[in-house]
Design a protein around this ligand. Structure first.
Ligand SMILES: *Cc1c(COP(=O)(O)O)cnc(C)c1O
Length: 363
């Protein structure tokens, strides 16, 4: 693992001394199923709408700090007041700002791993303490009872639904209880909610739970990971804090214009999402046919699979087939696990064919 130079270890803030420089060792591959992006072509007309919006965007003016036009469109889509929305430079910026504002020294984030590793990373950058309540080792079900106990003295709680990388969803009833017992804020990260069954979102808890924050992104279902746009929905006084701590111009004019154009034609993505959901079930069934592969049920656009020699399988997929998937085998609780993004039918077939060869060799 890369580390900071000795000189830098002495100069950075002490709590950052163990940080690892970002490893740009990125291998371009023929098929990339490693980052849960939407690999389908944009629905007809969407790219044209975005290009037209970009073409008429002046570049000499600073962006509207709160992205008000986009905010109003998102608010209309979700049936909430625009004052309940803050837009960010990707969901990641909002996660960081959430911990910056509500975490910090002497505060605790309640986390239920295995989940998105950025939560713990941002907690470490902001000196927020982390209390981990691990999911069931086998099923990855949330330990609701221990979470509820721990939430009583948590300052911030984050629950991912559907969870990355395990694919399961949190029950709205459980989230409502969490909000009730937690004196701080509860964030539900719904980055993958569009891929989940109807009725999974906790959005209709917002009225009853004034300490609930819901995170969304355009990076997954809406196929715009490159434009960097996410948003939170929460009570207006919470949104005021998000508005106050953010770098005022973090959402640039091109992102605002592209996101607005895309959100206006959001319904065009429904068939793509349906296709990804059905491909997910097809790929899951194909993988389950192998005795030595375990696949967890998923409500996201990805599947977590357990396979012997996961790291070696991942390397062979990359080097011999030019297919990239995410290796989680070094992550705590995810021994020998790979996460595969559901791609187009052709990409999924290529992956299944490659795995058939690799897993047969293995037998
Ligand atoms: C991808 C992802 C996000 C947000 O991604 P951005 O591209 O920064 O919007 C947030 N949470 C989870 C769990 C994710 O997987």
């Amino acid at each position: 693992m890369a580390e900071l130079s000795e000189r830098m270890r002495a100069l950075v803030q002490p709590h950052l001394a163990g940080i690892e420089p970002y490893d740009p060792n990125f291998t371009p591959t023929r098929i990339n199923l490693s980052a849960n992006e939407n690999t389908y072509p944009l629905p007809e007309g969407v790219r044209e709408a975005i290009d037209a919006a970009l073409a008429e965007t002046p570049l000499n003016r600073y962006p509207d700090p709160m992205s008000n036009e986009l905010r109003a469109e998102l608010a209309a889509r979700h049936g909430v007041d625009p004052a309940c929305i803050c837009v960010g430079n990707g969901g990641d910026e909002l996660l960081f700002n959430f911990l910056l504002a509500f975490g910090g020294e002497g505060r605790t984030l309640l986390n239920c791993p295995p989940c998105f590793s950025e939560y713990e990373f941002f907690a470490s950058l902001t000196k927020t303490g982390v209390r981990n309540v691990w999911r069931d080792r086998k099923t990855f079900a949330i330990d609701e009872k221990r979470m509820l106990d721990a939430a009583r003295d948590a300052d911030v709680v984050i629950v991912t639904s559907p969870n990355n990388p395990t694919g399961d969803v949190a029950q709205p009833g459980f989230i409502a209880q969490l909000c009730r017992v937690c004196p701080g804020l509860v964030m539900v990260d719904e980055a993958y909610i569009e891929f989940a069954d109807a009725g999974t979102s906790v959005q209709n808890l917002l009225a009853a739970c004034p300490n609930l924050v819901i995170l969304h992104t355009l990076s997954k279902a809406f196929g715009e990971a490159g434009i960097r746009c996410g948003y939170v929905i929460a009570a207006p006084d919470i949104i005021d804090v998000f508005g106050a701590v953010r770098q005022i111009y973090s959402v640039n004019v091109l992102t605002q214009a592209a996101a607005l154009a895309a959100v206006r034609v959001r319904d065009a993505f429904a068939p793509v999402v349906e296709r990804i959901r059905s491909e997910r079930e097809r790929v899951a069934m194909a993988l389950e046919a192998y005795d030595w592969v375990d696949v967890w049920p998923s409500q996201g656009n990805f599947l977590l699979m357990h396979v012997r020699e996961a790291s070696s399988i991942r390397e062979q997929l990359r080097d011999d087939y030019s297919i990239l998937v995410r290796d989680f085998s070094a992550a705590p609780g995810l021994n020998d696990c790979l996460r595969i993004t559901i791609g187009t039918p052709e990409e999924n077939d290529a992956l299944l064919e490659a795995l058939a060869e690799l897993l047969d060799d293995d037998a």
